[in-house]
Design a protein. Structure first.
Length: 286
């Protein structure tokens, strides 16, 4: 019987992905392994067989779904299974243009990176939310918003996880509110699957609407200061034009520190403004 110790590195990596996929999505297929690693169906089947031998209580084959699904007795063997680990991988993959990490081996300068404080997220809640996204399920959550003194029960059909630079959110249709909304993951107190999704991403009009945000130097800057800002942000003709989902516009503006008072703030402190605010007003928060 194979053991983790005598697995080749490449196979161990594939089994780690297999395990992570099952844990966070609730299921994995032979096609998923073939697509992620460019391996044959025969090799993918061998990996699944090997994983079952190593972890016989973690997955079972579902004849109806025609794929392997997670069991209640699942225990991670190749990964830590923390929420922080999973979300960090999602963030890293999203930020890589070419899908590869290029390691710098030598001649590195001194560097300090300020990372935002990671908001604590319950692993089982994230697992439930992610499985609902993948399997198009509706979930009942208990959510502590800042507008209510006590947690409230909402019925959500989630479709996408969103990182705004500081916090993780889930974009979902809220049956309780009758509209698509964003919910901060760390404020979900509990979550359980209750049935099929009421609506999906294709019906989220704001999510599927793209707008153009025009960023420009603050008009109160001197000509020399404006030139420096234009260089900093690779502006063309004094403007930086960005195509962005309307649902994410406010998060983006917050990330680059543009608020509703950008023109009222001192130019030296604000530096950049939203030049087409009037055009985008219907999508902006107060």
């Amino acid at each position: 019987m194979p053991t983790q110790q005598n697995l080749k590195r490449e196979q161990q990596q594939r089994l780690t992905l297999l395990e992570a996929t099952v844990f966070w999505s609730g299921e994995v297929s032979t096609a998923a392994l073939m697509g992620n690693f460019g391996i044959s169906r025969v090799q993918a089947s061998k990996d699944l067989t090997t994983y079952q031998r190593l972890c016989p209580s973690n997955i079972r084959y579902d004849k109806h779904k025609k794929r392997y699904v997670i069991t209640e007795a699942f225990t991670p063997a190749f990964m830590t299974g923390t929420a922080a680990e999973f979300l960090q991988v999602l963030k890293s993959n999203q930020s890589q243009d070419n899908g590869f990490i290029v390691p710098l081996i030598q001649n590195l300068p001194a560097v300090e990176v300020l990372e935002p404080v990671f908001r604590k997220i319950d692993r089982t809640i994230l697992q439930t939310v992610n499985q609902a996204i993948v399997q198009r399920k509706e979930i009942q959550v208990r959510y502590q918003s800042m507008s209510n003194h006590l947690p409230q029960d909402y019925f959500l059909s989630p479709h996408t996880l969103v990182f705004d630079g500081l916090r993780w959110h889930v974009r979902a249709f809220s049956q309780s509110h009758g509209q698509f909304r964003d919910f901060v993951l760390s404020r979900i107190v509990s979550a359980e699957t209750i049935g099929g999704a009421m609506k999906d991403r294709d019906e989220d009009r704001i999510w599927n609407t793209y707008v153009q945000a025009v960023i420009a130097p603050h008009p109160g800057l001197t000509e020399s200061q404006r030139a420096a800002i234009e260089f900093d942000y690779a502006m063309e003709n004094g403007e930086l034009k960005l195509r962005i989902r309307a649902a994410l516009l406010n998060y983006y503006l917050s990330a680059i520190r543009i608020g509703p008072d950008d023109l009222q703030r001192p130019a030296y402190a604000q530096q950049i403004i939203l030049a087409n605010r009037e055009e985008l007003e219907i999508y902006l928060w107060d």
